[in-house]
Write a protein that binds this ligand. Structure first.
Ligand code: SDX
Length: 435
């Protein structure tokens, strides 16, 4: 009997079938059970897809036990140390790091596609000023499908590439416009003389109106460095909930802008990308170090729905490598004296307390990337409601890369999970007078 198979035996019928064990470049062996229903007339049950590989991908690899994260084979630590976010976006999309001329062309094309159509700017007027920026992002990105649909030929790789570039280019502009709308300030257009992160900060915070240039307005290089790092760390992460949502929507052949809007919606939840905003709100609720034990107890109490936000991960059962990297940047940014923030001291005290608690140790619950990213965004004066928007800007590079990878496949099966039905058995209808 070949070793590279898994035998599944139906003990009631005695039927036994061997299934091939697929081996990727790295990672766990994966049993191919696509013919399970045909062979043994049964489904597999895996709520939340905890042990289910939904696709084959060459983009990102995570080893949750070892705390490893690779983008196209490169360790996240090396990319974080040496790259600009545009280099990483290129790497995720095309599979290789760009040389200088490739990067220059990529950056120029992204810059060209960063402007919004005038009628899209009007779209924002439909939002009340206090609309959550994530609600605006979902709506405006989804509305891009109204601008780019009829002429979009999804069978044409160049059309698909341009769509990906548009999304990476426009996301920061839409994000900054959402913020400016929420504070009643005029939109600031993207500039071609600024890099991706400088541009975003300028569109967010520039006080320059058409005929006023603020002589003191400058873009803090430390802020640009911290933002660049955070975007790199959040750029992709295998088949997380939002990326799986993009893939599932795209499997029906839906308009890609609508698919990315679906990914943004999935990212918003506090169990996923919404955690960074929720972490800051949690820290503000805890307030002081002496209240930490009270909240740790709440997090451990199964009767209490409260969880320690920013801790734990579906895949990492070791330290999230991104959290390790971003923790240092928090230190650097806050130790620079410009952004002292008591919430950071509280965050460090909470981390220390949790990491010594048996409940968290036993369950391998470590701080994830979202535990610290909010601290950085707060230090950059980005409002808490914008934190998940920041995550979406970064993850757009990952989402479009997965979309491109999927659309390059010859036959894309429509995603259609089955279920374990536990509702009523078949029964006869009763008229209303008989009920
Ligand atoms: C992101 O998928 C991705 O890759 C996501 C992401 C990305 O880059 O796309 O990495 C970004 O979403 C990071 C995660 C951000 N979310 C949070 O910080 C919210 C707080 N974390 C939890 O909601 C939770 O840890 C999840 C949702 C992240 C993971 O949930 P799981 O898979 O159910 O956690 P688990 O199976 O490891 O839980 C094991 C035990 C359970 O208790 P027992 O039943 O064993 O008694 O740990 C408990 C859980 O109840 N637990 C927690 C906890 N997380 C898990 N208890 C208290 N506080 C927590 N945060």
């Amino acid at each position: 009997m070949s070793k590279d198979t898994l035998s599944i035996r139906h003990n009631r019928t005695g039927r036994e079938v061997e299934y091939p064990l697929l081996k990727g470049t790295l990672g766990k062996e994966t049993v191919d059970i696509r013919s399970l229903y045909k062979d043994l007339d049964c489904f597999s049950y895996d709520p939340g897809f905890m042990v289910t590989a939904s696709c084959r991908s060459n983009i990102t690899f995570i080893d949750g036990e070892a705390g490893v994260l690779l983008y196209r084979g490169y360790p996240i630590e090396q990319l974080a140390e040496n790259c600009d976010f545009m280099e990483v976006a290129y790497l995720l999309m095309y599979g290789e790091l760009p040389n200088r001329s490739e990067l220059d062309i990529f950056v120029q094309e992204i810059g060209k596609r960063s402007i919004l159509d005038e009628s899209l700017r009007v779209f924002f007027e439909g939002f009340h000023y206090d609309a959550h920026p994530m609600a605006m992002l979902v709506g405006v990105v989804g509305s891009l499908s109204a601008f780019y649909h009829s002429e979009l030929n999804m069978k044409d790789p160049e059309h698909r590439r341009i769509c990906a570039m548009r999304l990476i280019g426009k996301m920061p502009t839409i994000a900054a416009a959402s913020y400016r709308h929420s504070v009643g300030k005029p939109f600031v257009f993207p500039r071609l003389d600024l890099n991706y992160c400088e541009n975003f900060l300028n569109m967010m915070f520039s006080r320059s109106s058409p005929n006023y240039i603020d002589p003191n307005h400058y873009i803090d290089p430390e802020a640009v460095k911290a933002l660049n790092l955070s975007l790199i760390l959040h750029a992709d992460h295998e088949q997380g909930a939002s990326t799986s949502t993009v893939r599932l929507a795209a499997s029906t052949g839906a308009n890609p802008y609508a698919c990315i809007a679906a990914g943004i919606a999935a990212l918003w939840g506090p169990a996923h990308g919404g955690a960074n905003e929720a972490v800051l709100n949690m820290l503000a609720t805890i307030g002081t170090v002496d209240r930490i034990p009270e909240f740790i107890a709440k997090a451990k109490d199964k009767k209490d729905p409260f969880r320690l936000l920013g801790f734990g991960h579906r895949v990492y059962k070791n330290h999230d490598p991104r959290a390790r990297i971003i923790r240092q940047t928090c230190h650097d940014l806050l130790n620079s004296g410009k952004n002292a923030d008591p919430l950071f001291d509280l965050a460090l005290a909470l981390e220390e307390y949790a990491l010594q608690d048996e409940y968290f140790i036993e369950r391998k619950l470590y701080p994830n990337v979202d535990f610290y990213s909010g601290i950085i965004y707060k230090a950059l004066n980005i409002p808490v409601e914008m934190f998940t928007v920041m995550f979406a800007i970064a993850r757009t590079a990952g989402w479009v890369s997965h979309w491109l990878e999927m659309m390059d496949e010859p036959n894309i099966p429509i995603g259609r999970p089955r279920q374990l039905y536990s509702g009523p058995d078949k029964r006869e209808f009763l008229s209303i007078d008989e009920r």
